[in-house]
Design a protein around this ligand. Structure first.
Ligand SMILES: Cc1cc2nc3c(=O)[nH]c(=O)nc-3n(C[C@H](O)[C@H](O)[C@H](O)COP(=O)(O)OP(=O)(O)OC[C@H]3O[C@@H](n4cnc5c(N)ncnc54)[C@H](O)[C@@H]3O)c2cc1C
Ligand code: FES
Ligand code: FES
Length: 479
C-alpha cells in the first residue's frame, strides 16, 4: 500500500503525498491553480458545465500507446490521476531554435480570431488538443461534439469551429509524438512500482484498489464509505456542497472493471468503462445506447463518467437507465460472498435506492444482442440539446410479426421517483396492430400510469404530454 501518488507533468514524474497542503479530495483544478506555472486552467462553474478547467489526460493503453482524453479538472480528485500524464495548456507550446512556437491548435485559434476575453480559451484549446490527437479531419458533428463541454460568452463559436477544422489535419503529429517514448517509459516506471493506494490524513481516508478482489474486500470492511468511479456525481458534493468525504473507495483503477467482452448472444460492459468508450463501441452494435450517450453530458464528462456510476446513482433522470431497461439488460452485483445477476427492471427500488446491498459493487452489465428485427430508440427531452439533464427520457423496444406487435418495452425517465416501464400500456399493445388508434389508447394508459412532479425543470402537464408524444413519435418513425 502506498500513500504517495505519482503522475507525469511538465515532462517529468511528479510524486505527491498528502502531508502538505493537498487533501485526497483536492481537485486537479485547485492543485494546478496553486502552482505558479499552471494558472492557464480556469474555474468557471466547478461543476462540469463550462469546460474552462479542461485538461488532457494521457493514459497508457493495453495496446502500448498513449491515449488522450479531455477531462474537467474541477471534477477530478488528485489520486485519480495516479499513473497518468497530466497535460495543461502551458505544455502545448514548445521552444524551437530559441523561439516559442505555438501548437497547431493554438496557432489556428489565433489566426481564426477564436478568442476575445480569453477566459474560456485555455479550456477550448485543451478540448481541441484532445481532438487533434484522436481524430484527423473530423466532421463538423465530431468537432461540435468535442466542444459541447466548453462555453464561450464572447467570441461566438464559428471562429472556434473553423480553427478546429483547420488545425486537425496533420494526423495528430506534434512534439508529443517525438516525446512519446520518453513519456511511455515514465508511465511504465510508475506502473511497475505502483501498488494500491491507501491515503490516511487526520480526517480522511482514501483507498484506491487495483484489483476486483481488493475492491470487494475493502467494500466488505468499509460499507459506509463513499464509492467513486468517475466521480462526476460525487465530486459535486465537495466542490458545491463543501462536504468532507471522510472515507472514499475509488474504483477508477480496477482493471477488471474496464473490460468489455462480446459473446455469441450478449455484450458485457465493465462497470468502470467510461461512457465515451461505450459510446464509440455502441455506434455499430447498439445504436439506441449510442443515441443515449450522444446526448449525455459532454465529451469531458463522458470520458470520466462510467456506466456503473450512472446506475449506482439510481437517479430517475439517469439517461442510461431507461435504455438498459429497453435492452432488457442485466446487472452483476458482487460481494466477497459471490455474484448475482439482477434484471434491470428489478434494479431500481425507489428514489436513488437500488437493489445493491451495502457490501456489493456493480461489476458489469450484460446487454443481450437484440434480434435483427427489433427496433430500439431513445428519446431525450431537455431544455438544451447539449449538456443538459433530461426533463423526460424514454426508450422503446419493439418487435413485430408483420403488423402485429409481439413484444414491446416502454421505459421512461423523469416521470416518477424511479425509471419505470409502463406495464399496462405494454400489455395493451402486445398482440395488437402497430397502428395509430392503438398507439392513441396506449398514450392514455401512459397518462394514467404516471403522476409526475412539477419542478424548476418542467411542469407535470408538460411532462405527461411529452411522455405520451414520445410514443407517438416512435410510432410515426417506425410504422
Ligand atoms: C456537467 C454534468 C453533466 C451531466 N450530464 C448527465 C446526463 O446527460 N445524463 C445523465 O444521466 N447524467 C449526467 N450527469 C451525471 C453523471 O455524470 C452521471 O450520473 C455519471 O454516469 C456518473 O458516473 P460516475 O462514474 O462519474 O459516478 P460517480 O460519481 O463515481 O458515482 C455515482 C454514484 O454511483 C455509485 N457507484 C459508482 N460506481 C459504482 C460501482 N461500481 N458499484 C456500485 N456503486 C457505484 C457511487 O457510490 C455514487 O453514489 C452529468 C453530470 C455532470 C457533472
Ligand atoms: S470549472 Fe466549469 S467545468 Fe470545471
Ligand atoms: S473568449 Fe471570452 S468567454 Fe470565450
Amino acid at each position: 500500500m502506498s500513500e504517495t501518488i505519482s503522475f507525469v507533468l511538465d515532462g517529468k514524474i511528479q510524486s505527491l503525498d498528502f502531508t502538505g497542503p493537498y487533501t485526497p479530495t483536492t481537485t486537479v483544478l485547485n492543485f494546478l491553480r496553486s502552482s505558479p506555472v499552471h494558472k492557464g486552467v480556469k474555474e468557471g462553474c466547478a461543476e462540469g458545465d463550462c469546460g474552462a478547467c479542461t485538461v488532457v489526460i494521457g493514459e497508457l493503453g493495453e495496446d502500448g500507446k498513449i491515449h488522450y482524453h479531455a477531462w474537467d479538472s474541477c471534477l477530478v480528485f488528485l489520486p485519480m490521476i495516479h499513473g497518468k500524464q497530466l497535460i495543461t495548456v502551458e505544455n502545448l507550446k514548445q521552444q524551437l531554435a530559441g523561439k516559442e512556437v505555438l501548437h497547431p491548435v493554438q496557432e489556428t485559434m489565433v489566426h481564426s480570431n477564436g478568442s476575445q476575453c480569453g477566459y474560456c480559451t485555455p479550456g477550448i484549446v485543451m478540448s481541441l488538443f484532445a481532438l487533434y490527437k484522436t481524430t484527423n479531419r473530423p466532421s463538423k458533428a465530431c468537432i461540435e461534439d468535442a466542444l459541447t463541454g466548453n462555453l464561450c460568452r464572447c467570441t461566438g463559436y464559428k471562429p472556434i469551429l473553423e480553427a478546429a477544422a483547420k488545425a486537425c489535419v496533420l494526423e495528430g503529429k506534434d512534439q508529443f509524438n517525438k516525446e512519446e517514448e520518453v513519456i511511455k517509459a515514465m508511465l511504465q516506471e510508475i506502473k511497475s512500482k505502483s501498488t494500491s493506494l491507501s491515503i490516511n490524513t487526520s480526517n480522511q481516508r482514501y483507498h484506491q484498489p487495483k484489483t476486483k478482489a481488493e475492491a470487494l474486500e475493502l467494500r466488505k470492511q468499509k460499507q459506509e464509505s463513499v464509492l467513486i468511479s468517475g466521480a462526476t456525481d460525487v465530486a459535486l458534493r465537495v466542490t458545491k456542497k463543501h462536504e468532507l468525504l471522510a472515507e472514499i473507495i475509488d474504483l477508477s483503477h480496477v482493471q477488471e472493471f474496464a473490460q468489455q467482452e462480446t459473446t455469441a448472444d450478449a455484450f458485457y460492459f465493465g462497470a468502470g468503462m467510461s461512457l465515451e468508450s461505450i459510446k464509440l463501441f455502441s455506434e455499430k452494435t447498439l445504436p439506441a445506447l449510442n443515441e443515449t450517450l450522444t446526448v449525455f453530458g459532454s465529451r469531458q464528462i463522458r470520458s470520466l463518467a462510467t456506466l456503473g456510476g450512472n446506475l449506482g446513482s439510481g437517479s430517475p433522470i439517469g439517461d442510461t437507465l431507461p435504455t438498459l431497461m429497453a435492452y432488457d439488460a442485466e446487472i452483476t452485483l458482487e460481494s466477497t460472498a459471490g455474484a448475482r445477476q439482477v434484471n434491470m427492471n428489478q434494479f431500481v427500488l425507489g428514489y436513488r435506492k437500488t437493489e445493491r446491498r451495502p457490501d456489493e459493487l456493480i461489476t458489469r452489465i450484460r446487454i443481450p444482442k437484440p434480434a435483427a428485427d427489433t427496433l430500439i430508440r431513445f428519446y431525450k427531452v431537455s431544455k438544451r440539446k447539449d449538456l443538459d439533464i433530461s426533463t423526460v427520457s424514454a426508450c422503446f423496444s419493439l418487435k413485430r410479426s408483420g403488423q402485429i406487435i409481439t413484444e414491446i418495452r416502454m421505459a421512461y425517465g423523469g416521470m416518477a421517483a424511479v425509471t419505470k416501464r409502463v406495464a399496462e400500456a405494454e400489455a395493451f399493445l402486445t398482440g395488437k396492430k402497430w397502428e395509430r388508434e392503438n398507439v392513441a389508447e396506449a398514450m392514455l394508459l401512459i397518462e394514467k400510469a404516471f403522476t409526475p412532479l412539477s419542478d424548476a425543470r418542467s411542469g407535470a402537464t408538460f411532462r405527461t404530454a411529452a411522455a405520451k408524444n414520445l410514443l407517438l413519435k416512435f410510432w410515426s418513425e417506425t410504422q
